[in-house]
Each structure stands twice: as C-alpha cells, then as structure tokens.
Design a protein around this ligand. Structure first.
Ligand code: HEM
Length: 230
C-alpha cells in the first residue's frame, strides 16, 4: 500500500478509492450472481426461460412504469463499471507515481502479477460485455437476433457449428473468474483475521466462489453445445 503524507478528501485518498472499488465491485458481483442464476433457468425449457426474461422487463410494475427498473439497473451497472475502472486507474497511477525508480525485477514484486492480470482481465471483460450486449441484448451479432425470443437467441448462439462463440465466452468467463478470485480474496482478507491462517482461508474461499460462479455460467453454453439444452 502507498502511504502519503498529504491530506486528501476521503474520495481522493487511497482509502476512499479502495472503498469505491469495493462498493462498485460488490454491486457488480451481486449482478453476476443474479444473472448466473437467471441463466440457469434455461434448463427449465423455452417457456420458463422466455417467461423469466420477459418478467425482467416487468420488475417494479405497477410502482414503476414500463421498463423503468431495467433502465435503473442498467444505469447503476454503468456507473458501477465506470467507478470501478476509474478507481482502479487512479490507484494504479498513484502507486506508479509514488515509486521514484521503476522496479528492476517486477516479477519479484509481490502483487504485481495479480495487478497486471487484473488490468488485462478487466479490459477483456469490458470487450466481452460490449460483444455480449450486441449478441444477446440487441441481437445484432446473434443468428436469430429477436429480442422477443431470448431462448431462441441463446440456443442459436451456442449451436455446435458456432463452437468459436462458446470458446470466446469460455475465455471471457475464465478471465472473469481470475478477476473475481483476486477481488474476492482482497475483500475476504480485509474482512477476516489478519493472520497467515486467515489469509489462507480467504484464498480458499475466494477460489471456491470464483470456481462456482464460472461453473454456473459455463454450464449453459456447454449444455447447448452438447445438445442438453436445445
Ligand atoms: C455463459 C454466460 C452468459 C450467458 C448465457 C448470458 C446470457 C444473457 C442473456 C440471454 C441476456 C439477455 C437477457 C434478456 O434480454 O432478457 C443477457 C444480458 C446481459 N448480460 Fe449476460 N450472459 C452470460 C454472461 C454474462 C456475463 C459474464 C456478464 C457480465 C460480465 C453479462 C452481462 C450481461 C448484461 C449487462 C446484460 C444486459 C442486461 C440488460 O441490460 O438487459 N452476461 N445475458
């Protein structure tokens, strides 16, 4: 951690930026868990999945009109993504500025490997989300591309002849898994006991969480690829 002697406002201090990373990270993780559980509905068949997807647009009714809830959720997610990236960038730039001479042996610096993976993992995830929205939300890159047929879009997407789509999704989900493992480890370590044993537990818990989330996501494209969901 970088220690500075200057006094900053909370949001501009390292603690403020780390809090911003944590809060935005938690929002994104909650979305990831909910989205993964929703995707598993595909195993219940076309009617159940389409019903679920259409229900998503109705959440909040009649309190909120139209698809307001969905748009509020989209707004919150967008702000969370921007806040997460901005805080990460500010912290990285600050750490670099506080280092008068660049490390000669970066590989030996604890944490630099994870930090680098986080950065590139983050870029891959962002590119994936853009592709994913054009694929399954707007339908522009989907062979069916009909927003009123979410199940049809999903099954067409991961059809065996489009194995490269499943491959791309798999790589992106694995990048998310690595990213989550590191993020969850940092969070569990801060919350748990500050001892080697506490750190070991945090590492194991983060690994279990990341593997469970990745498996929950990957099972859907692979079920379509193998014909289990059709
Ligand atoms: C195998 C993995 C995944 C599958 C099968 C999947 C499936 C879907 C489907 C079917 C939709 C459209 C829902 C609808 O319009 O009713 C959707 C939307 C979306 N997905 Fe995924 N998804 C996956 C992974 C992810 C991941 C890893 C993320 C985030 C990093 C993500 C973020 C989103 C977002 C932001 C939306 C748009 C929600 C909206 O604003 O309407 N998805 N996904």
């Amino acid at each position: 951690m970088v220690v500075t002697t200057r006094t900053r406002s909370p949001i501009r201090s390292n603690v403020g930026l780390k809090a911003l990373m944590a809060v935005t990270g938690i929002i994104l993780v909650l979305f990831l868990i909910a989205h993964m559980l929703g995707n598993l509905k595909s195993f219940a068949g076309q009617t159940a999945f389409d019903h679920y997807a259409h229900w998503l647009r109705d959440i909040g009714k009649p309190l909120l009109p139209g698809v307001w809830f969905l748009w509020i959720l989209r707004g919150v997610l967008t702000v969370a993504v921007i806040g997460h990236i901005a805080a990460a960038t500010a912290l990285a730039m600050r750490a670099r500025a506080a280092r008068p001479v660049r490390y000669a042996h970066r590989a030996k610096v604890q944490g630099s490997y994870a930090a680098r993976t986080m950065r590139w993992g983050g870029v891959i995830i962002l590119l994936f989300v853009i592709y994913h929205l054009l694929d399954l939300t707007t339908g522009h890159l989907n062979p069916v591309g009909d927003p009123s047929k979410p199940y049809g879009n999903l099954v067409a997407d991961f059809a065996p002849e489009r194995w490269y789509v499943t491959l791309f999704y798999t790589l992106a989900i694995l990048a998310i898994g690595f990213h989550l493992r590191h993020g969850a480890f940092s969070a569990f370590r801060s919350l748990g006991q500050q001892t080697p044993r506490g750190e070991r537990r945090a590492r194991v818990a983060a690994l279990i969480f990341a593997v469970a989330l990745c498996a929950g996501y990957l099972v859907v494209p692979f079920a379509v690829l193998t014909g289990l969901v059709s």
